[in-house]
Design a protein around this ligand. Structure first.
Ligand code: ADP
Ligand code: MG
Length: 260
């Protein structure tokens, strides 16, 4: 098959379609306007990191995508399908494309590790228990926990619990993985193991990743693009090389100076 390159402008990017799109999204909590007509999009397969000071709206964006909270105005689409506004039924369907890992692992404490990973695929996706278990064992192996299938979460270290949470999110075969400061609650010596798993996922899958982190080396390694937030606005965006080495904005310089 031949490709007629003359039909494309010389500066055309390889073909990508926005998988996530926010259009003029406003979110208020009472008098506090957290996001003010925010626009941005993430192309399929990209890894985008959100940085910025505490309270700048990063978690709110991920919670909106996870449908844990609703925008006051604007539209959010995922894979070309509307998440907001949409009927509850529609929203539940579209939301299946998205998985999230939280700072606090949020595992089901009364279930074994294996059950934590099989529960949603069985109840939400309708997989047979055998199918779900086979997939869960593969994922737990991938995150280095093949020997912990029968343990309760409380018997695991924080790093191990977080790796279960990552396996649990992947078990739903999401197109998008949202990561909200997933190593912030961990003892320092457990951070690297979790980041290694995420690097591996970034390298070996085509999952679109939207990541909030203060681990700047990790962000530099995995990100195609870094968005700097301040007061619910993107004040600067670019490649990690550009943002970390030569930021345009004083606010970005200040922020990076404080966290690096
Ligand atoms: P970040 O993740 O960047 O630290 P957040 O998205 O958590 O910021 O918060 C942005 C702003 O929204 C903050 O001012 C925070 O106090 C406010 N906020 C977040 N969630 C709620 C909530 N459930 N109720 C009231 N205010 C909230
Ligand atoms: Mg946050």
């Amino acid at each position: 098959m031949s490709v007629d390159s003359s039909k494309q402008p010389a500066d055309a990017l390889p073909e990508r379609s926005p998988l996530i799109r926010l259009d003029r999204v406003t979110k208020r909590f009472g008098e506090n306007t957290v996001l003010d007509h925010l626009d941005f999009s993430v192309d399929a397969g990209r890894h985008v990191t959100l940085i910025g000071p505490s309270g700048s709206g990063k978690t709110t964006i991920l919670r909106l995508l996870m449908t844990l909270t609703k925008p006051d105005e604007g539209t959010i689409t995922v894979g070309g399908e509307q998440l907001f506004p949409a009927s509850e039924k529609r929203r539940r369907e579209v939301r299946k494309k998205i998985g999230m890992v939280f700072q606090q692992f949020n595992l089901f404490p009364n279930m074994t590790v294996l059950r934590n990973v099989t529960e949603a695929p069985v109840t939400v996706l309708g997989l047979s228990r055998d199918e779900a278990e086979a997939r869960a064992r593969e994922l737990l192996d991938m995150v280095g926990l093949a020997d912990k299938c029968d343990a309760r979460p409380s018997r695991l270290s924080g790093g191990q619990q977080q790796r279960v949470a990552i396996a649990r999110a992947l078990a739903m075969r999401p197109q998008v993985l949202l990561l909200d400061e997933v190593t912030s609650a961990l003892d320092p010596e457990l951070v690297a193991g979790v980041l290694d798993v995420l690097r591996d996922i970034a390298r070996s899958t085509d999952i679109t990743m939207l990541c909030v982190t203060h681990e700047m080396n990790f962000a530099r390694d995995i990100s195609d693009q870094v968005l700097m937030f301040d007061s619910g606005r993107i004040i600067e965006s670019g490649t990690p090389e550009k943002i970390f080495a030569d930021p345009e904005h004083e606010r970005t310089r200040e922020f990076l100076g404080a966290v690096l």
